[in-house]
Design a binder for this molecule. Structure first.
Ligand code: ADP
Ligand code: ASP
Ligand code: MG
Length: 407
């Protein structure tokens, strides 16, 4: 008898009929003789609504209360699915994060899972009871509810699968797998049968929200076999995350990701001398702002230069005020920013061995008249920052030029 973890996202549990559909899918795995733990998200739109109410009451709210509020969406779905399963004769009960417990750090709003207690879960699973677990939540050592950051139910599912030594973790969503790019933007995107952990990590962290980045890290670390598949189609399709060595044909570019959550900040005429980067990025780190891409211009006179970097759009105000507060120590002439930017990235393990990949990207964007504002690269990806209005055009053009379009 194998243990399996199944996770259903917001759209898949979006209304009562969809929850009935999920109950049927779960029942079929129970009928196959498996011990099943199911992780659920809040019904589509619920988390946004809860976040909205919190911010409306106070933009500078207590992060612990934020977690108390937004964790509620998953509680409702877990209860509803347990009821739906019982109604079709499947023994089931709901579990909240603290009841298992799923222990996390106390970084409220973006907590990390530290451990999943399996004793109680295993007892019930062994009795043939389906565990319906509220995703996205845990409990910190301050004895308060935490949440794992947006999209965090994926991470709950993989962490639970790792702790239970489950045979696999199936992530059911509203698309039938991981595609070469967001299928909602490029209709010619193709489903990948397999994608390496390394590539999936880049795809996720560069904007493909089909899996939360942390869930991919955990899957890679604990060697959890993860599949992404459809909760809606008769044929659920599926993409398997696997090791790089298990991929025979290494295309130069496997996928394209984009992110609109970007903002660009430029400091004009900062002193070109040792210590300036530290004077800029130190206060940003202290303010909890993550800096992503960075470019420093060559100074014409050897004395002053311009420095540009990007941050998450939601952190723009915090970043600007951190820089302004530190301005006496930095010494710049002007501080400018632009939130109408987006990042487009090409990803592929084949980049390690193929030359000229980046050049093709730059040429393709220039042929479309798209200006590249900042570039960053790693061994298996190239990212560019462009004006937000050109994102879709850029993604489509790159998808074609790298031969990813479906025939
Ligand atoms: P869930 O609610 O099930 O967690 P999400 O909305 O978080 O679902 O993630 C699924 C969505 O991810 C899809 O609807 C799709 O628009 C988007 N997406 C972005 N990039 C990709 C990609 N490369 N492959 C598949 N889906 C992608
Ligand atoms: N409901 C949470 C969110 O919308 C977590 C999840 O769906 O994975 O971010
Ligand atoms: Mg998601």
């Amino acid at each position: 008898m194998a243990k399996i973890v199944m996770k259903f996202g917001g759209t898949s549990v979006g209304d009562v009929n969809r929850i009935r559909n999920v109950a049927r899918i779960v029942k079929s795995e129970v009928d196959n003789g498996h011990q099943v733990a199911v992780v659920v998200s809040a019904m589509a739109g619920e988390t946004n609504k809860l976040v909205g109410w919190t911010k409306e009451l106070s933009p500078l709210h207590d992060a612990r209360e934020y977690d108390t509020i937004v964790a509620a969406g998953e509680q409702i779905t877990a209860g509803l699915l347990a009821v739906a399963l019982s109604a079709i004769g499947v023994s089931a009960r709901s579990w909240l994060g603290w009841q298992i417990p799923i222990r996390t750090s106390n970084m409220h709003g973006s907590a990390r899972i530290l451990g999943v207690e399996t004793k109680l879960l295993n007892e019930r699973l062994a009795q043939g009871q389906v565990a319906v677990i509220a995703g996205f939540q845990g409990i910190a050592d301050d004895n308060r509810v935490t949440t794992l950051g947006r999209g965090g139910s994926d991470t709950s599912a993989v962490a639970i699968a790792a702790a239970l030594h489950a045979e696999r973790c199936d992530i059911y969503t509203d698309v039938d797998g991981v595609y070469t790019t967001d299928p909602r933007v490029v209709s010619k995107a193709q489903r990948l049968d397999r994608v390496s952990f390394e590539e999936m990590l880049e795809l996720a962290s560069l904007g493909a929200k089909v899996l939360q980045t942390r869930s991919v890290e955990l899957a890679m670390l604990h060697r959890v076999p993860v599949r992404v598949l459809s909760a809606f189609d008769e044929d659920p399709g599926g993409t398997l995350l696997c090791d790089e060595d298990d991929i025979v044909e290494k295309n130069p570019v496997t996928g394209i990701a984009y992110s609109r959550d970007e903002a660009k900040i430029t400091l004009l005429r900062v002193p070109d001398q040792p210590g300036v980067a530290a004077a800029i990025f130190g206060p940003l780190a202290d303010a909890g702002v993550n800096v992503d891409m960075i470019v420093q211009n060559v100074s014409e006179d050897g004395r002053k230069t311009d420095l540009t970097f990007t941050v998450n759009r939601s952190e723009l105000d915090r970043a600007l005020s951190a820089i302004q507060n530190a301005s006496p120590h930095i010494g710049y002439k002007d501080l400018i920013h632009d939130a109408n930017v987006a990042k487009v990235s090409i990803i592929g393990i084949g980049m390690r061995t193929h030359a000229g990949i980046a050049q093709t990207m730059f040429r393709t964007l220039s042929e479309k008249g798209i200006n590249i504002q900042v570039i960053s690269t790693s061994e298996i990806k190239v990212s560019v920052l462009i004006a937000e209005e050109y994102v879709e055009l850029a993604v489509r053009a790159l998808h074609s030029v790298y031969g990813l379009d479906a025939k």
